[in-house]
Ligand binder design. Structure first.
Ligand code: GRF
Length: 209
């Protein structure tokens, strides 16, 4: 069974999910330490949040490498240097390659109920489709776009006057709470993966969470 005490969090933007993890990890009983924050671009609020919390940061820009494979190797090596038990891709807008995915479990969060509306515009696509309920998904990453085994999901109703921004903000409130809960449980209880099925702790099939 895997456990997740040391976390590297990857961000590309505002980093409110990162902030929720940083806030939760201030309590030692949460069982998680954010040991580094990585990004694929400079000048983002997520990096500022990390620095304010005294957490080391690194930036690996795809454009600084001759090929995607070179970037994949570089970011994997950087992540490895912090010896994480778990990598959390929290609004990180790049697909990680085999060098990272083969070395570490990677948890990802997505603002839609997968397998509906994968990709960079999950909120916009759900709105355009006219769904009445959407939500968020926490899953383990694989090499596909939002295709990995699902760890947890929570529904969020779509309101008649929602636009992409209002709906995304409501989803993010739920997403942050769910991510914090799941990361903490993975750290404290461990988890196993069997095919597409992820189980946290020793919880038996059918037992409620
Ligand atoms: C989250 O909704 C995440 O699922 C999506 O982008 C948002 C990131 O928000 N991919 P933040 O940077 O954590 O505030």
């Amino acid at each position: 069974m895997s456990k997740a005490g040391r976390l590297v969090v990857l961000v590309s933007g505002s980093g409110t999910n990162l902030q929720a993890l940083l806030d939760a990890s201030a309590d030692p009983s949460y069982g998680v330490r954010v040991v580094a924050v990585g990004a694929d671009r400079e000048g983002i609020e997520g990096l500022v949040r990390a620095t304010k919390a005294g957490v080391p940061t690194f930036v690996e820009k795809l454009g600084n490498y001759p090929t995607r494979a070179d970037w994949d190797r570089a970011i994997a090596a950087k992540i490895a240097s912090y010896e994480p038990d778990l990598v959390v891709s929290a609004g990180f807008m790049k697909i990680l390659g085999a060098p990272t995915l083969d070395a570490f479990p990677v948890l990802n969060t997505h603002p839609a109920l997968l397998p509906s509306f994968p990709g960079a515009h999950g909120v916009r696509d759900a709105l355009a489709h006219g769904v009445k309920v959407t939500g968020c998904t926490v899953m383990l990453a694989d090499e596909g776009i939002d295709t990995g085994p699902i760890v947890a999901q929570e529904a969020v109703p779509v309101l008649p006057d929602d636009d992409e921004e209002t709906l995304h903000e409501r989803i993010k409130t739920v997403e942050r709470r769910l991510l914090v809960e799941i990361v903490g449980r993975m750290a404290r209880e461990g988890w196993t993966v069997s095919g597409r099925h992820v189980r946290i702790g020793n919880q038996s099939e059918g037992e409620s969470t």
